[in-house]
Design a protein around this ligand. Structure first.
Ligand code: BV8
Length: 242
């Protein structure tokens, strides 16, 4: 009788994309060192100066348009291919997990490559290079990036799925997140309280590090593929292949 696959979760942040040359938020070259988050990533900022906020998102879209998934994204996709009970939760909006082949990724903070109409709420994929804010063609409403700004609530269905996966997991890999942004930052604690082993992959120690079971220091593009190769070789982790 086939064994029931052990459910586990992978939670990622901007650090997993750093090796794809996508700027992080709080690191040495992070966005928020240059810009004030309140001026660019809040609904108030957008209402006050939509063109300024759009210029930030246009710059980010163009900045990461040519970025490719790195070995860490590829390893996440490879893990998903060998394990049927995995949930991938990302705070990233860059789409690199999907580009690496991951499917059903929970994009808690939305996507730079999706737009939303401010009037009717319709969403659509949009990868065009747009120096000015587009309008939704069917109702003429102003569009906005379909991302979650500070002070905005996350999609309740996505968040519920993320929490349920976290509290059901035997193991959570936490890759490239500072653990500073809520409610995503609460997921490792929820998982651990429900009995999960926490394995953190980060270049530095974070607010999460004191609480995790294993901290693997280094660049995720190097440490995650190496870790996964070791697991595959020794089959030593309770990630029974589904
Ligand atoms: C919410 C999308 C309910 C947009 C993002 C006051 C008023 C309002 C809200 C709050 C408030 N005080 C607190 C809050 C809650 C707030 C929050 O948590 N604030 C923090 C800053 C304290 N949260 C919210 O507002 C959320 N909504 O709570 O709604 C509510 C409503 C009203 C009032 C109260 C509550 C919405 C949060 C979502 C915000 N949107 N992004 C966009 O991208 O433009 S958040 C943004 O930060 C990104 O999504 C990013 O992913 C995310 C988290 O950051 P990280 O991914 O961790 O990235 P970071 O740069 O910080 O860290 C990178 C890590 O990687 C580092 O540790 C580094 O060491 C490591 N690293 C670097 N290179 C590598 C590496 N690791 C491995 N290898 C490498 N090579």
């Amino acid at each position: 009788m086939a064994s029931t696959p052990t459910p586990f979760v992978i939670l990622t942040g901007a650090g997993i994309s750093a090796d794809s040359r996508v700027p992080t938020f709080r690191g040495r070259d992070g966005f928020w060192n240059t810009y004030r988050v309140e001026e660019l990533a809040t609904p108030q900022a957008f209402n006050n100066d939509p063109d300024l906020v759009w210029s930030f998102y246009h710059w980010r879209r163009e900045r990461i348009r040519s970025c490719q998934p790195n070995p860490a994204h590829e390893t996440v996709a490879a893990i998903q291919q060998t394990h049927s009970a995995i949930t991938i939760i990302t705070q990233n909006v860059d789409g690199l997990h999907q580009a690496a082949g991951s499917v059903n990724t929970l994009e808690l903070h939305g996507s730079l490559w999706r737009m939303r109409c401010c009037i009717c709420g319709n969403r659509w994929e949009d990868r065009k290079s747009r120096t000015s804010i587009p309008s939704y063609p069917f109702c003429g409403g102003r569009a906005r990036p379909d991302v979650v700004w500070f002070g905005e609530t996350l999609d309740a269905t996505l968040l519920q799925a993320a929490v349920e996966a976290s509290i059901s997991a035997a193991c959570m890999l936490i890759i490239g997140t500072s653990g500073l942004v809520y409610p995503a930052a609460s997921l490792p604690g929820e998982a651990q309280r429900a009995g999960a082993t926490l394995i953190e992959f980060n270049r530095e120690e974070t607010t999460l590090t004191p609480g995790v079971d294993i901290h693997i220091a280094g660049r995720a593009a190097e440490t995650l593929p190496r870790w996964w190769a070791q697991q595959r070789q020794h089959q030593s982790v309770s990630l029974d292949e589904g």
